[in-house]
Design a protein around this ligand. Sequence first.
Ligand code: M6R
Length: 611
Amino acid sequence: MCGIVGYTGTKPAVPILVSGLKRLEYRGYDSAGLAVETDGGILVEKEKGKVSELVNLLNGHDENAPIHASTTGIAHTRWATHGTPTQENAHPHASKKIALVHNGIIENYKSLKTKLIGEGYIFLSQTDTEVLAHLVDSFYDGDLLQAVTTALKNVEGTYGIACMAQDEPGVLIVARRGSPIVLGVGENETIVASDASAIIKHTRQAIYLDDNDIAKICGGEIDIRTLDSGTVSREASEIDWSPDAAEKGGYEHYMLKEIYEQPDAIRNTIRGRMNTELGTAMLGGLNLSPREVVDIQRLVIVGCGTSLNAGIVGEFATEDFAGLAAEVEQAAEFRYRNPIINSRDLVLAISQSGETADTLAAVREATQKGALVAGLVNVVGSTIARETGRGVYLHAGPEISVASTKAFTCQVATLLMVALKFARSRRMSVEQGRQFVKEIDSLPDLVNQVLAKDKEIAAVAERYVQYEKMFFIGRGYLYPVAKEGALKLKEISYIHAEAYHAAELKHGPIALLEKAMPVVALALEGPGKEKTIGNIKECSARDARVLGIITEGDEEAKSEVDDYIEIPKCRLHAAVVPATVALQLFAYHVARLRGCPIDQPRNLAKSVTVE
Ligand code: M6R
């Protein structure tokens, strides 16, 4: 939700700010803007639309113009919360000699605005951020650090901010509460960003601010404090992925690149985490002694969107193989419905970004209630990873595409390892454990076999491009796959796709079936297949075209469907991964053929840091 970049150093700021914005565009692309320090004061340029629109605007400046000489600035790419996506509502927002960019929500903005209007401030936008800019100005008497500190003490809500003042050359003030801020530490320079992808080109040394941290930065000098106390020390850590990992690498879209990265990403997820001899998984990051593993009486999984869908697989596998009670819950619901939690529950928060506000709130609620809380997170150093303090990193590499792909399959691989660990501490024999290890090890190969069918899947997609609505159905392990397939399709192709448990169809949704409503049916060999075939017959009888996701060589299933994609034969808990990859490719090709902006679907942002 919104991307922030800042630069203070000795190099021209504008190219660094713009390339950082391009990296962060996945966080929001409603409008973009920047503010830089010039001899004539702070210069603000902003435009509705994507970063490319801002670049067009900047190209209007003569190459000798002061904007190009500036070595300090802040920039922003917006995902609108308060106020429509317009030029006026784009960041930075300025107040007299101050400019500010913000990611988050100022919850008490109305009362602050009324007060500031009473003091004579004139508002040009509908944003909550402009309130913050004027508030900082109202406390400013030549010391920006002091003014921002006082302003933030009057603010309720969440923020990651970067702020500059005309009278303090080279100085940036940055702060965070709820929205991430990373400082890239270079030689006589610092790059500020919402995440490491915007700084990796310049430095691998990163300092992650904690909530309530505020920092004064000037060139390479960084002074970090908390809002209530003096200087604090925050260690720099090394970013362990390469700049190339965040490039498209010849693929037309990040989404396609990330789909193709899955065999390697899964290998990285499972590397060093399985013990073939003992037939178990070694998840040191969970930091649970064998005694604690045995003592846990329930696994509660929380997450949102794709992470929630992966969580359902984790729930089924944990109950199935470990005989441990497990449940999965939408993170926002978990937080607000006052769940019954105790110290023998392990709450596992799943999040690719590690910044999702609802999931973070669930983590805090579970911690408050005394549960053991662990994270299953991709982004190293993210808020959920740090607040849980224990967990398993996915090591999937940076996921840039708004539509999550490799995070899902790596989450499933990890959840299978979690299930295996609990299973081996309970009722699973070493032999069964070894078999399970083999199945997890085979996931990259299963994915490769599906990727090899990319052209076939593209051809199938052509037959579904014209539809405006679609059902996905599945049972057992294939139900979360149906949900994930529908989520992918709706978010990138804008086709109204809904997933139902195959058995649920006849309890209502079947009323919608007709020629114009095709059904994607997950009908792989395994428990429940025959019943799903029965459901397919019900769909065909209502004139719905059926695309079957079926097991390789299953002639019976082929004869029941109009089109099919074959998945290599394996047990269903493992088949989740290749079947999902097939649906990712299906959604990708449908969206591509419909001419949709695949990496930047409308109204979405990669990291949802608002509730
Ligand atoms: O970063 P998280 O895994 O916490 O994100 C959760 C959801 O916002 C995310 O999975 C979202 O549903 C994706 N756009 C789905 O492709």
